[in-house]
Structures are given as structure tokens and as C-alpha cells.
Design a protein. Structure first.
Length: 257
């Protein structure tokens, strides 16, 4: 495991507002500490394009994980630091691209298929917190994110059965530890409930079911019908989630010391 603070935003289903969580939580972290967002989501509506407005960057995470194709047909190694784009003070993104889908298939044949991202992060000569936007499900890219991190936070839909999706992520962590030969299992800090597309009754039922199954809710994002107020509302509530995240990390580190 890397000695940096690395947090993976891992979800089991799409539509869990993972990219929204990555954007707003990264902005809050960057107020206190340099923050790098690693975007591993190759879907069109990812944090690179949807939230930071970056179209067709020259180098992406695909080049870091496999290399940049040269004129001889081979691949030149690309360092993580070389692809970072500063989107605002203290906030950087390692952008995604659709090529990551084919890179995921290529990684399946590699000996280092589960730890390629971990190796890339270990070479990053930069004091920062790292937030990884993880693809939906538990494919090779997702496993890379989970082997590279210290902590896991799960964005979930405001759905009464969200605890089941959350359980799929939590329960797989020990198996990933064993598969990647890790000495320590990443700590699951809790979840963030994205509710602005759901009705309030489903939101309430979701929170009740998560509490019943003893899952820690770091943040609960309310609905807002006003487009003009949406950014302000999300900034405020994701800010509260980040505060709870720091508290959970401090508690964990105090227990380890």
C-alpha cells in the first residue's frame, strides 16, 4: 500500500453520483491540501468531461497504465505526474479516456494486472491527497483502485436497497487484499447518499436501511429543483461529508497508532 493518502470512490452500480461526489469532495479537500483526482471511469459522463470540461487530453490514465504508443509500435512509459492537469488552485486531475476500456482488457493478461495503478501512484513525487473515481462494478480497473488506496468511500443511490450494493463493495475488500497479496485491507469509511434525483421518501428509507445495517453515512445529499442553487447545495453538503471523512480517518489512524 502506498504511504500517501489515497481514497477510492467505489460503487457497485451506475447512477450512484460517483463523478459528482469526486468533483465536490475533491474541491473541498483542495481547500486544505493539494488533491489529485484520478479518473478511471471510461463512460462518457465522467468527471473529466462532465465536471471539469476537459475534452480529448493528449495524455490520459490509459497512457499511464500501459504507455504511450510510439512510432515503432511499442509503448513508452508515462509517469502519472506528466498527465496531471491543474483545474483550479491545489486541484489536479489525471484524466480518463475511452481507451481505458481496452486497457482493462489488456491488463487482464498482465502479471501486474491488480497493482498497476498502485505502482504508478508510488512513483508520484508529490505531496497530495489522491481521490480515485472508480468505474462501476468490480472489474480489473476497480480492483486496481482498491489495491492502491488506504480508504474507501462508496457513493450510493438513494434507494432502500442501497445497503446491498454497499455490502458488495465492503465484502470484496478482504478478497482483493488476498488476491493482490496486500498486508493491510483498505478501510471502508462509509457512504455518501446522492439523493438529488430521487424523491424524499426513498431518500429517508435509504438512510433508515443503512443505519439498520450499521453502515456509516458520511453525507446525505438533498434534492434541489433549482438549477441556480444546485452548485451551492452540493458544495455545502459534500463539504460536510468531507469533514466527517477527515474525522473518520483521524479515528482510524489513532486506533492504528
Amino acid at each position: 500500500m502506498t504511504n500517501k493518502l489515497v481514497i477510492s470512490l467505489a460503487k457497485d452500480k451506475g447512477g450512484s453520483t460517483g463523478s459528482t461526489a469526486a468533483r465536490y469532495m475533491a474541491k473541498e479537500i483542495a481547500k486544505e491540501y493539494p488533491c489529485v483526482v484520478i479518473d478511471l471511469d471510461y463512460q462518457p459522463r465522467n468527471v473529466t468531461r462532465e465536471h471539469f470540461g476537459i475534452e480529448d487530453p493528449d495524455l490520459t490514465m490509459a497512457d499511464v497504465l500501459r504507455g504511450n504508443k510510439n512510432d515503432d509500435g511499442g509503448y513508452d512509459k508515462v509517469n502519472l505526474k506528466d498527465i496531471l492537469i491543474e483545474v483550479s488552485p491545489n486541484l489536479f486531475i489525471a484524466p480518463s479516456s475511452r481507451k481505458l476500456k481496452s486497457i482493462e482488457q489488456w491488463l487482464n493478461e498482465e502479471v501486474t494486472k491488480f497493482v498497476a495503478l498502485r505502482m504508478a501512484i508510488s512513483k508520484l513525487d508529490m505531496k497530495c491527497a489522491i481521490l480515485i473515481d472508480v468505474p462501476t462494478g468490480l472489474g480489473t480497473l476497480s480492483i486496481n483502485a482498491l489495491t492502491a488506496c488506504n480508504y474507501v468511500i462508496s457513493p450510493v443511490k438513494a434507494d432502500p436497497n442501497a445497503w446491498m450494493d454497499l455490502g458488495n463493495v465492503v465484502n470484496i475488500l478482504p478478497d482483493i487484499q488476498a488476491a493482490a497479496n496486500l498486508t493491510v485491507t483498505p478501510v471502508h469509511l462509509g457512504c455518501v447518499v446522492g439523493a438529488y434525483r430521487a424523491d424524499w421518501s426513498r431518500h429517508t428509507e435509504c438512510l433508515r436501511s443503512l443505519a439498520y445495517h450499521n453502515y456509516n453515512v458520511l453525507g446525505s445529499i438533498p434534492m434541489t429543483e433549482s438549477v441556480t442553487r444546485r452548485d451551492c447545495v452540493l458544495t455545502h453538503h459534500y463539504g460536510l461529508a468531507v469533514q466527517k471523512m477527515w474525522e473518520a480517518i483521524r479515528r482510524d489512524r489513532k486506533c492504528q497508532s
